[in-house]
Design a protein around this ligand. Structure first.
Ligand code: KG4
Ligand code: ZN
Length: 363
């Protein structure tokens, strides 16, 4: 079954064709990062306008690539992200997908963006790559780490998803992006912080002490936060404030850079985020017997986080499933792939659906 996927939830306009839930036949991503760079973050109105301008071309290219490589094959269904994300951005993809499904005479399938991120480790580019089936995996712990989400999810099979821990304020990607803005490093901040930290750790003397930024643990004595166990929740607002105070106390970002302190500040900040995510993941894995740890979302590109999660997975004896780098950020292959397995909103139900900016996982 070949599914055309469409994704416009944030700042990437994307379309892809995926066969049987894992084999990527074509994949096109147009990123709007240069448009949002001057503002240090995604501007919803700019995102929406750029999606409108690009969506036809992106879908046409994905279909042309598919037709050129697989002339005897057809599209069997259309899938689209309907949430969570920015409402004016989601609307563009959902309306385009409804029109395309109607004109092709195929079923539409509505997909949750975060659930799709957690499906990215199953994507493959050729039949030579091993096929991993999510429905044969057994219970897995999902970790969604993106610009808008940081959550731990109990995945007991396709569609049986339950959030067991999450951030109480900013997402990890947001914490990276806001810090980079404050430190004058540019947008998006995650890749910049990752690169600077890598260089810092490569050059730092053994045992070099980092700046002690707060690690996002809840206050002593708090056992439940928003109905979730406190030891599976994180908060990055205190860390952000600590960085702001540090910058103020040390004469501003420029002075910190001039004094040669920037790499250490950046690495210390990254370490605070990575260590609390690794700690929560370890605690979640200790609560139940899981077969795998599935990590998805743009922040899963972070090299330090990948290393920390590799250790955590090994300690708990579970396999770590991460996506290829090109499928970590937003893309439509993950939407088309999950749609093969998850068709709870399909056909007329999908044609009548509205965008859902705050869509919960598992709903
Ligand atoms: O999943 P994604 O592409 O979009 C959302 O659904 O939000 O994630 C984007 C986020 C941004 O916050 C970006 O800074 C972060 O992923 N990111 C990284 C890295 N690469 C991208 N964060 C840390 N380290 C990276 N190497
Ligand atoms: Zn995403």
């Amino acid at each position: 079954m070949n599914i055309l996927g469409i994704e416009t939830s944030c700042d990437e306009t994307a379309a892809a064709v995926v066969k049987d839930g894992n084999l990527v036949l074509s994949n096109v991503v147009y990123t709007q990062i240069p448009l949002h760079k001057p503002y240090g973050g995604v501007v919803p109105e700019i995102a929406s306008r750029a999606h409108i301008e690009k969506i036809s071309e992106v879908v046409r290219t994905a279909l042309a690539d598919f037709n050129a490589s697989y002339p005897d094959e057809d599209i069997d269904a259309v899938a689209v992200t309907y949430g969570p994300g920015l409402s004016p951005a989601l609307i563009v993809g959902v309306n385009a997908a409804k029109g395309i499904a109607l004109s092709l005479g195929k079923d539409l399938i509505a997909i949750n963006h975060i659930e799709a991120h957690l499906h990215t480790p199953f994507l493959r580019d050729s039949l030579e790559e091993p096929e991993l089936c999510p429905d044969k995996l057994g219970a897995a712990l999902g970790l969604a780490v993106s610009g808008g989400h940081t959550a731990w999810i109990d995945m007991d099979g396709i569609g049986k998803y339950r959030i067991i821990g999450q951030t109480l304020d900013d997402a990890a990607g947001e914490a990276f992006d806001k810090a980079a803005k404050l430190l004058g490093l540019g947008y998006p901040g995650g890749p910049k912080i990752d690169k600077i930290s890598k260089e810092f750790f490569a050059a730092a003397p053994r045992g070099e002490k980092l700046f002690p930024f707060p690690k996002g643990h809840p206050r002593e004595g708090v056992s439940s936060l928003s109905g979730l166990p406190a030891d599976l929740c994180v908060s990055f607002s205190g860390l952000k404030t600590a960085l702001l105070r540090f910058v103020e106390k040390n004469g501003g970002a420029e002075k910190i850079a001039d004094d040669g302190l920037m790499p250490k500040v950046v690495a210390s900040y990254q370490e605070a985020i990575v260590s609390v995510i690794a700690d929560r993941t370890s605690k979640a894995l200790g609560r139940k017997k899981y077969s795998a740890l599935i990590v998805g979302g743009g922040v899963s590109l972070n090299s330090r986080l990948r290393a920390a999660l590799t250790d955590v997975a090994a300690k708990h004896g579970v396999s770590l499933l991460t996506a290829k780098p090109k499928y970590c950020g937003d893309n439509a292959a993950m939407i088309a792939a999950l749609a093969y397995y998850r068709q709870n909103i399909a056909g007329d139900d999908a044609m009548n659906i509205d965008v859902c900016p705050s869509l919960e996982i598992g709903s």
